[in-house]
Design a protein around this ligand. Structure first.
Ligand code: CMX
Length: 134
């Protein structure tokens, strides 16, 4: 699949502002961006930790993917995202290896990236996102 690095780790939180406070005031990181992704029904906050990015996700609707996740499992790690060179090729490769695709085609995600999700039932229980810089 030609994965180059972990693009980010997504963490589902109930309250974005409270969680930003913890990440800034207790852990000492700086939130560099807050963005709403309307079609995913989330508000996100980003932090760089060394070379690794953390994305906090607050649901804007109870029936969104993060709202449903929190309802079922509570706050916690929601997904891992890998950077790939060609998202379309990686999706084809994943599908040919029997992986269930949530997104059959790349779509627009936060920070201007093209993204697609693989279903956790076929990725060892971890919701997996692939990201490509356009
Ligand atoms: N990690 C691991 N397993 C997960 C999961 C997650 N994040 N979310 C759901 N599941 C599991 C559930 O526990 C459930 O398992 P069981 O059948 O064993 O109980 C199963 O998947 C189905 O869960 P569900 O609550 O019925 O939810 P849906 O099938 O409606 O949706 C999923 C699950 C993963 C397909 C959906 O959340 C999705 O499409 N996610 C991709 C988009 C997304 O997560 N967007 C938010 C982030 C956007 C961003 O980063 O910008």
């Amino acid at each position: 699949m030609n994965i180059s690095h972990i693009e980010h780790i997504g963490i589902a939180v109930k309250n974005l502002n409270e969680s930003i406070k913890f990440y800034e005031e207790v852990l000492g990181f700086k939130c560099y961006s807050i963005e709403e992704v309307k079609d995913q029904k989330v508000r996100t906050a980003f932090f760089m930790v060394g070379q690794t990015k953390i994305e906090l996700l607050e649901s804007t609707e109870p029936d969104g993917p993060v709202g449903k996740f929190i309802e079922k499992k509570g706050e916690g790690i929601h997904h891992i995202a890998f950077a790939v060179k060609s998202l379309a090729d990686s999706l084809k490769e994943a599908e040919s290896n029997g992986v269930q695709l949530i997104d059959k085609h790349p779509r627009a995600g936060a920070e201007g990236l093209n993204i697609a999700f693989l279903h956790p039932k076929s990725t060892c229980g971890v919701l997996t996102e692939l990201c490509e810089k356009p």
